[in-house]
Design a protein. Sequence first.
Length: 87
Amino acid sequence: MIANEHNLHLGPTPAVRPFGVRIKLRRGDPFRLLLGDDWQKLHWFASAEERDAALADMCRKHEYNRPGDQPALTFEKVERLAESRGR
């Protein structure tokens, strides 16, 4: 019996994941006092399409946001050129 099927890993992680999204805090965000000005998080994907779909989901206005809420994060597409071009 599986209690939470949504937590199952969907398969092996590809060895090459050259397409990424860099997440950073906006200037003036109070969390910078806790995390530091250089905090960032990187998420890597096997294809540009997979990355773009994830980025669209990250950037969307969530249903639990209040009117007037502004996102505190910035998102930037990044790429490991050597991996993405097969070198």
